[in-house]
Design a protein around this ligand. Sequence first.
Ligand code: PEP
Ligand code: MN
Length: 364
Amino acid sequence: MEVTDIEDWGLGLEKNLLIAGPCSAESPEQIEEIAKGLRGSPTQLFRAGVWKPRTRPGSFEGKGTEALGWMEIAREQLGIPITVEVANADHVEQALKAGIEVLWIGARTTVNPFSVQEISEALRGVDIPVMVKNPINPDLQLWIGALERLEKVGIHKLAAIHRGFSDPYEKRYRNKPEWSLPIHLKRMIPGISVICDPSHICGTREIVASVSQRAINFGLDGLMIETHHEPDNALSDSKQQITPETLKIIYENLAFRDTIDEHPEVISELDKFRHKIDLLDSQLLELLAERFDVIQHIGEYKREHNLAVYQPDRWQSVMESRIKAGVNKNLTEKFMKNLLFAIHEESVKKQEAQLKEAATVQKS
Ligand code: PEP
Ligand code: MN
């Protein structure tokens, strides 16, 4: 996939992109107040939703096309480009007519290939950057698929936005972040920038700063933060929006760290430790392979004595003792559980394969 770097979009955007603005455009006065508040902040792109995808009907659904005209106020106040969400071909047509510089596709739209295709067709032959939010479910292929549909119609100015994933059991976040997915996406589509939207991840403004810092720590390329001059009175997402003043403070306190490529002098220093890690990894692998050999012997024994592969009591006691041992060595319970589940799943699979193989040999 061929992706044009954000810095080459021709809009003056730079590294550590900051996108700010309200969840929804509510009135010309609201846009003016927020834009005024953002003056002097490092905001590079102004966001506002004019068509709002709401979970249930009856809530504020955005001011639609008329609100596109209000974006001129923000452009004048801040001298920066504007981005709005589009969810169908009609939105695209209206946004292009209004001279909006960047489009974004929301999580509820990315999830639907028909909608993404409709938007892509409406953009055929148009040179405009598009940012694609992750789908509401943690499906990397669906996210990549949306980017591919846009690329196929000739859009190369592409970026992705990580806004977290819906999880009914999640308590802390509105949409649970899954940092491995954006990292994977960056590996699969070299050159793509992934922006983090901490507002929709958090759902409450108190944790926006810490999630923003995590996104930077994971090497994401920028932030999209919902900003309102009177967050509590916002017509949508009032709990998660922050004031322009808070945004400035959060941004000033973020620690941006250099990448290793920017400091070739530290590489030889780090290489010493990396060598040690390489050695430990190969020892770990040797031990794991040895462990699976023993598993194979046990599998053979179970087959000969017609015993079930899965022995719940044994598994329970292995889990308990290993977790305890791991925690004593400063490893978290969650990590130990994940590790043990992975090893156990592989062991069961191996023993099942042994049984199947033996059964086919017997038959033939
Ligand atoms: C938004 O950015 O206001 C929005 C609707 O977000 P999402 O698509 O991530 O829910
Ligand atoms: Mn919102």
